[in-house]
Every structure is written in structure tokens, then in C-alpha cells.
Design a protein around this ligand. Structure first.
Ligand code: AMP
Ligand code: MG
Length: 339
């Protein structure tokens, strides 16, 4: 199939893609988080094509995108009491809410769970497409499963070009990491995945939110157990102060290794890719996946990575780097009394 990249700023392109969605086809969509691979969420056959195109495991449920909070209500069997307060604050935006699903959500979307994940994206082209399609749009990230999420139309084309008809090019994704997933389906509010809305922002509104420690994530958020953001060469994430980890990289980098580094701690070496200053978590989030793809294009046997402090958006950035490293963490933290 010939994949056509369309300017998302043009109304006729939105209409063309809306027709494609209505007739059961897939469209890659820009959002403020990452590009999504969208299909009519109420059309089982179209949704199954999402799983096939990405190579996504069937037990990993999809996020359903709607244009307004009122459009979310028919998709859930009961609206939790905190819903209005949360969506007034965070929608449209990078916060996904997990709630008990209604019967109109096909079980392929929720991977057999009795809940559904929903959000209103904050991107004019995504909202225009949902409205013009007249249906909720199920959309996971538009990458091949396991590879870094796409934050530019060219990333989508590199991964799944030739497999879908249209990519709506809405420019670079502003946030750059996926949405925060917040489960409000029972009495306890739990963050299942850190993302574009920070724990601090949620805590300002809801004092009682828990951060899922991941031990039961196989049940609560199936997607969290899979390898994500993998590069061909293994990533070795470095735990320690930025100056300690930069020193380590200086001692160990060579022609056969590469590094992901903060702007303010990097040095002159052809295999270093930077992703923002050490304290600038907003820049790190927006540059991370593009940086991982650039590192992946290098012919190296290992990639060292600095990890930001886990405050604010740094929590989501650190979570993605740890996942990319699939647990391979080198700790440089000095423990007094152990030497
Ligand atoms: P992606 O679409 O690739 O950004 O991944 C969506 C994330 O949301 C995955 O981690 C899923 O496991 C999670 N998710 C989607 N639906 C649900 C649900 N009903 N319950 C819990 N987690 C969900
Ligand atoms: Mg994904």
C-alpha cells in the first residue's frame, strides 16, 4: 500500500481521513503526546487491524479518544463521582481515565477487561478528526510494538509506512511522552502509568491518589509489563548525579558505544545525542523518543543513558528510559558505610 502523508492543517485532509475512519480503515493521527494509530473504536474489524499493523499483543488494551467529556459518558457503565472535577481540570490533555466500560465498547478494545481507558486529546487536528468521523477513535501509539513511540510523522512512516493509507502530519508532538493513565474505576484512585500530567498536578486536585508500584500491573495495566522503546543495542541506564553519570560516560564511551545525555553535561563526541538540560524535564519529554530513534540508527553495541530526577515530568521521562533499558540499571550512587 502507498502511504500518503497529509498536512493536518488542511480541512480537506481531515475530511478525507474521517471518511477513511468511517469506512473502517486506519489513520495515523497527531496528538499532543505521541502520534496515534486510530480506528473507529466501535468497529471490531478496524480495531483488530490496529493490533495486526503494530504487532501488538491482544491482552494490551487501547485508549479510546473522544472530543469532549460528554462523549465519554455513553462509553462507561457508570460515571465516577470524581469524573467532572478531574476532566474540568485536565481535559483536553494528556490524562487517560480508566472507568467501568459500557456494552458498546467491543471487548477487543479493552482486551477483555471490564474497564475502558478514555481521554480527550489536546490537538486541533485530532479533535477535528474525531468530530468529523462521528465516532470514538481507539488509538495506541503509531509505532511498531516495542519500538520508541513516534513524535513526528516521519517516525510513523519509518515504522508502519506501506501498511496504512494515511498519516496526518500535525508537526512535532508538544508533550512527547504518552498520557498519564489514572484508574478511577473503583474507590481507590491509582496512577497506572506516569505521563504528561504529573503526580503533583493530580495531587493538587485529589489528595488520595496512589502510584501503582507495578507489582499488580499485569492485572491493572497490561501494557506496562511489555518491553517498550527498545533500541537494537541494549541501553544501560545510569543512576547517579548528572556529574557522576557524565563522568562514567566519559570514561566508557568509544567508537562502539553511544550515549543519551543532558545538554549541560554532554561533551564533544560523535556518538552522543542530547535531550535537553538536566533540570528541563519538559524539553527531555519532547526530545526523548526522537533521541532514542537517532541513537538506534547508530551502529553501536551499547547505549549509555542519563536518567533525570523523578520529579514533575521527570517521573514519566525516567520511567520511559528505565523501560527502554528493560531493567539494566548501573548504579553509581555512593552508599556511605558499604566500602
Ligand atoms: P499506548 O496506547 O501504547 O499508549 O498504551 C496504552 C496504555 O494504557 C497501556 O499501558 C495499557 O495497558 C493502558 N490501558 C488501556 N486500557 C486500560 C484499561 N482498561 N485498564 C488499565 N490499563 C489500560
Ligand atoms: Mg505505545
Amino acid at each position: 500500500m502507498n502511504t500518503i502523508i497529509l498536512d493536518a492543517g488542511k480541512k480537506e485532509n481531515i475530511m478525507l481521513c474521517a471518511e477513511a475512519i468511517k469506512s473502517g480503515n486506519l489513520v495515523a493521527i497527531p496528538t499532543e503526546t505521541v502520534y496515534g494509530l486510530g480506528a473507529n473504536a466501535l468497529n471490531e474489524k478496524a480495531v483488530s487491524a490496529i493490533f495486526a499493523t503494530k504487532g501488538r499483543q491482544a491482552d494490551n488494551p487501547l485508549i479510546v479518544h473522544v472530543a469532549s467529556p460528554s462523549d465519554a459518558k455513553p462509553l462507561v457503565s457508570s460515571v465516577p463521582p470524581c469524573f467532572d472535577m478531574i476532566v474540568d481540570m485536565f481535559w483536553p490533555g494528556p490524562l487517560t481515565l480508566v472507568m467501568k466500560k459500557s456494552a458498546i465498547i467491543p471487548s477487543i478494545v479493552s482486551a477483555g477487561l471490564d474497564t475502558v481507558a478514555i481521554r480527550v486529546p489536546n490537538h486541533p487536528a485530532a479533535l477535528a478528526l474525531i468530530r468529523s468521523s462521528g465516532c470514538p477513535i481507539a488509538a495506541p501509539s503509531a509505532n511498531l510494538s516495542g519500538s520508541p513511540s513516534p513524535t513526528k510523522a516521519v517516525h510513523v512512516n519509518n515504522d508502519i509506512g506501506g501498511k496504512i493509507k494515511y498519516i496526518l502530519d500535525g508537526g512535532d508532538c508538544k508533550v512527547g511522552v504518552e498520557s498519564t493513565v489514572l484508574d478511577i474505576s473503583d474507590g481507590t484512585l491509582r496512577i497506572l502509568r506516569p505521563g504528561g500530567v504529573t503526580l503533583g498536578e493530580i495531587k493538587k486536585l485529589l489528595q488520595t491518589v496512589e502510584l501503582d508500584d507495578g507489582t499488580s500491573s499485569s492485572v491493572r495495566s497490561p501494557g506496562m509489563k511489555y518491553r517498550h522503546y527498545a533500541t537494537k543495542a541494549p541501553i544501560k541506564a545510569l543512576l547517579g548525579s548528572p556529574s557522576e553519570t557524565a563522568e562514567y560516560i566519559k570514561r566508557n564511551i568509544n567508537g562502539n558505544t553511544a550515549a543519551l545525555m543532558f545538554d549541560d553535561f554532554s561533551f564533544n563526541h560523535p556518538n552522543i545525542v542530547t535531550f535537553g538540560a538536566s533540570e528541563d524535564h519538559v524539553a527531555q519529554a519532547s526530545k526523548l523518543f526522537d533521541a532514542l530513534r537517532e541513537l538506534d540508527s547508530m551502529d553501536v553495541s551499547a547505549i549509555f543513558a542519563q536518567i533525570p530526577k523523578e520529579d514533575g515530568l521527570g517521573m514519566a521521562v525516567a520511567n520511559r528510559i528505565r523501560k527502554a533499558a528493560s531493567g539494566k540499571i548501573i548504579s553509581l550512587v555512593f552508599c556511605p558505610g558499604t566500602g
